[in-house]
Design a binder for this molecule. Structure first.
Ligand code: AMP
Ligand code: GLY
Length: 424
């Protein structure tokens, strides 16, 4: 099989390393890819949202299967365009990807089908938002831009002043463009967060092993929200009882609701959950693998990932048993100094042979090749990942890897996994 993967981050690198393990695959291409992915796949300079370019590339390289990993091309309909040309794909079509592309859609879906989530109201006018928040006078409150916003479209104001400033940025200054035409204001929930990625072909749903993201930039869950500074799997808060409740009240009802809406979802459906005192509730849906959740979930996958992708494409997922490694996995993100705000690029990275340490894998997120040298090229640069018999062992190995790697101003959290360890 010849496989094309669309995207360029650590998630895509983890997908490619897993696809490479399939004995069925003899060629992997990636567009646009990055400096580290280039060691595992042939990279082509076609942008991840360039639908015509990707279709053309798939034809040129005679791809048998195309995996579309990021949210924006999925929401824009890249899978639809690939289907029109007869390609087998992994990823939802645009009609189904709206579950991530519009928070207004997903909140209304959950309300209509009785799927547990935070109470909410939708607004398309900034002064009405402010009137509502003022009258309610409950803080913190949660304000979400309707559309895609690089994971930054959620604000949690502690005061009315902060809320007014945030609404102005989203709805008037349009810092996320048209994504801010509408906002959802919702109830602030509390409890541990769990990420569950699930394979679904629209007929059945097979959750992968659970994980925990660390979204804030600094230790102790302080600082700004980021795309994710590290992950561990499994997530100790996702007990068997919670898993069963999620299956019955959230996973199956979501897949059925999408079918009922004529928007059958095929691919990886990401459930961002909060385990509240009143049970698990949906914080967000994503229409794709999480980043950096994928970096700790896929190393635990034992089943051939191409068999899974093909079963989803053929709607025969229920016939395929999926097996998981019992070991724990941890991923520590090494980011550019300054991320998630402005950061320098082009800094030399040394010590990457950490990837040769037993059980350690370095997934590249924002790197590129500059002659023989690998240099930084993004906010999140590397995801240093390790499996271990215990979570502590996985974390120790991952941090041993981090110690060996250097670039100027490298920033990483030192407390990845601590909350998970404390839960036990
Ligand atoms: P999202 O981009 O939707 O994943 O939201 C970013 C983060 O905001 C989540 O991981 C949560 O920590 C937090 N968050 C989102 N919605 C709520 C809510 N209703 N209550 C409390 N925290 C929330
Ligand atoms: N790590 C969160 C996400 O992928 O959206």
């Amino acid at each position: 099989m010849r496989v094309l993967v669309v995207g360029s981050g650590g998630r895509e690198h983890a997908l490619i390393k897993k696809i490479k393990q399939s004995p069925r695959v003899d060629y992997i291409a990636c567009c646009p890819g990055n400096g580290g992915i280039a060691y595992d796949a042939e990279c082509f300079n076609v942008g991840a949202t360039d639908i015509d370019g990707v279709v053309q590339l798939a034809k040129e390289i005679k791809a048998d299967f195309v995996v579309v990993a990021p949210d924006d091309p999925l929401v824009m309909g890249m899978v639809d365009a690939l289907h029109q040309e007869g390609f087998a794909t992994f990823g939802p079509d645009a009609k189904a990807a709206i579950i991530e592309g519009s928070k207004v859609f997903s909140k209304n879906l959950m309300l209509q089908y009785g799927i547990p989530t935070a109470e909410y109201k939708v607004f398309d006018n900034p002064s009405e938002v402010i009137d509502y928040i003022t009258a309610k006078n409950e803080f913190p409150t949660v304000i979400k831009a309707d559309g895609l916003a690089l994971g930054k479209g959620v604000i949690i104001p502690e005061t009315l002043e902060e809320a007014i400033a945030g609404v102005k940025e989203i709805m008037e200054d349009k810092i996320f463009g048209a994504s801010g035409n509408q906002v959802v204001v919702e109830e602030f929930l509390t409890g541990p967060e769990v990420s569950v990625l699930a394979f679904t072909d629209g007929k059945c749903v097979k959750p992968m092993v659970s994980s925990m993201d660390h979204k804030r930039a600094l230790d102790g869950d302080k600082g700004l929200n980021t795309g994710g500074m590290g992950t561990v799997s499994p997530n100790p808060y996702y007990t068997d009882a919670v898993a069963q409740e999620c299956m019955d009240k959230i996973f199956l009802p979501t897949v059925q609701a999408m079918n009922a809406e004529g928007r059958t979802f095929k691919g990886c459906l990401y459930f961002g959950l909060m385990i509240t005192p009143k049970g698990p509730k949906v914080i967000e849906y994503n229409c794709r693998f999480g980043d950096p959740e994928t970096q700790v979930v896929l190393p635990r996958l034992k089943t051939d990932i191409m068999d899974i992708f093909e079963a989803i494409n053929n709607e025969t997922l229920s016939d395929l048993p999926i097996e998981w490694d019992d070991r724990a996995c941890a991923c520590v993100i090494m980011a550019s100094g300054g991320y998630p705000k402005a950061y320098p690029k082009g800094l030399a990275i040394t010590g990457l042979t950490a990837g040769d340490l037993d059980g350690v894998t370095v997934y590249h997120a924002g790197t590129k090749r500059d002659g023989e040298q690998l240099v930084t090229a993004g906010g999140r640069v590397l995801g240093v990942t390790a499996l271990g018999d215990t979570l502590q062992e996985a974390l120790d190995k991952a941090y041993d890897g981090v110690e060996k790697i250097h670039f100027d101003g490298a920033h990483f959290r030192r407390d990845i996994g601590q909350r998970a360890l404390a839960a036990k």
